[in-house]
Design a protein around this ligand. Sequence first.
Ligand SMILES: [Zn+2]
Length: 106
Amino acid sequence: MEREKLSEIERGDDGCILRFGDGASFRLGYLAIRCNCQCAKCKPRQENEQRKIELEEEVMRLRMEKPRVQPIGRYGIQLEWPTGCSSGIHSFKHLRELCESHGTQL
Ligand SMILES: [Zn+2]
């Protein structure tokens, strides 16, 4: 599906602009991406509200820095954060969902 194909990512200091195959563009903060981190350590922590709040508090204490982006096949990207948590794969589908729930459409 075109809407679940990331065509461009433009990184800023505290968030990025994501453009998708259907032409939609969103601004999404790194905070939202990191609170929904897909790594093996963070993913189980999003399963219940209490653990999710704890994860969000931890993420908010981290210094927000521009990640390095590594493409993973045709379906996702890996974001390498200077402060860790870089092993998770963010599928385009997941990023689109995050954009729609936490981002601002441009
Ligand atoms: Zn993580």
